[in-house]
Design a binder for this molecule. Structure first.
Ligand code: F6P
Length: 336
């Protein structure tokens, strides 16, 4: 055990993700159960700069495990990238008497956390920061799972299942653009789960003839008269893909971009469970006297990693799922 932790801050930063509330709840309840006070920092790092906070007790996090979004609000904060901005944040930490901060978010959130803790150390002080990975993109190199991914997959699947009904009735082609920033996890999982005719992801350079034209053609030859093309936003624009399909095959696709709908909604069982475990572990880690750690999933197990090292880590994109998609969707009947 390290020095006694008396008071911690918790914040959510970057794009929101379903399950962030469940993580906040777990942090607050675990802290309070161990005699640690908990302060909610609102609007991410900008809340720390602007001293925008709320005291949290056990009941302030009642009935939020089932809610999407984040009760603490979130933001992307340019000012925090600047040492002068971080100095203001350090002043808030000092004023509030924070011994540690749990930051829930993505890569940018953790980079901010690390920069803050280093700057605090340069001033001869100490602030332990812990990161909890939460983003629908599942694109954090050190963790094989990020809170929100499963819910976002399910939301996108629900949208596409509905689209399939109307595409089938009208015998049309649908091009759906899913989020994911520069990563194709969401698109590949969703595409596989809906049995998409074609899935375009940034991890696999697109050959339009092979990856789209040929797949639609083979589906048609197998008797299908409706097609579902799923495009990761990092692999191109659905509108451009649709235009190309029209120009090269002569069919008239409809484009759907579910957009931020994918970030909302009640978190799935997996996201509630993961968030609860991660929030609990974040506070335990602080209580063990460890700072600058990220709670991460490695080899299917939850653990804590050194933050600096974790931020240099990359994870291998599991292309075997693409092979599965091809085998089960386009290998046989080419029907979705
Ligand atoms: O990182 C989550 C994410 O939803 C990405 O999938 C997407 O590219 C981006 O955030 C959208 O950001 P914003 O909320 O600023 O529109």
């Amino acid at each position: 055990m390290g020095d006694k932790i008396r008071r911690i801050g918790v914040l959510t930063s970057g794009g929101d993700a379903p399950g962030m509330n469940a993580a906040v709840r777990a942090v607050v309840r675990t802290a309070i159960g161990n005699g640690i006070e908990c302060i909610g920092i609102r609007r991410g790092w900008s809340g720390l700069i602007n001293s925008d906070f709320v005291r949290l007790d056990s009941t302030s996090v009642s009935h939020i495990i089932n809610r999407g979004g984040t009760i603490l609000y979130t933001a992307r904060c340019e000012e925090f990238l600047d040492p002068a901005g971080r100095d203001k944040a350090i002043a808030t930490c000092k004023l509030l008497g924070l011994d540690g901060i749990v930051a829930i978010g993505g890569d940018g959130t953790f980079r901010g956390a690390l920069a803050l803790s280093r700057q605090v150390a340069e001033r001869g002080q100490k602030l332990d920061v812990i990161g909890i990975p939460a983003t629908i993109d599942n694109d954090i190199g050190c963790s094989y799972y990020t809170i929100g991914f499963d819910t976002a997959c399910n939301t996108a699947i629900e949208c596409i299942d509905k689209l399939r009904d109307t595409m089938q009735s009208h015998e049309r082609c649908s091009v759906v653009e899913v989020m994911g920033r520069h990563a194709g996890y969401l698109a590949l999982y969703v595409g596989t789960a809906v049995g998409a005719t074609a899935v375009l992801i940034p991890e696999r350079p697109v050959d339009f003839e092979r990856d789209v034209v040929d797949k639609i053609r083979r589906a048609r030859l197998a008797g299908t008269t409706h097609y579902m093309v799923v495009v990761a936003e990092g692999a191109g624009s659905a509108f451009e893909i649709a235009t190309r399909i029209h120009d090269e095959i002569g069919i008239d696709p409809r484009v759907t971009v579910p957009g931020h709908i994918q970030r909302g909604g009640a978190p799935s069982a997996r996201d509630r469970e993961t968030a609860s475990r991660m929030g609990y572990m974040a506070v335990q880690t602080l209580m063990e006297g460890k700072g600058n750690r990220i709670i991460a999933v490695q080899r299917g197990r939850l653990g804590d990693l050194d933050m600096e090292e974790a931020l240099t880590m990359t994870k291998e994109f599991d292309m075997s799922l693409y092979a599965v998609l091809e085998a089960v969707t386009n290998g046989g009947s080419s029907r979705f």
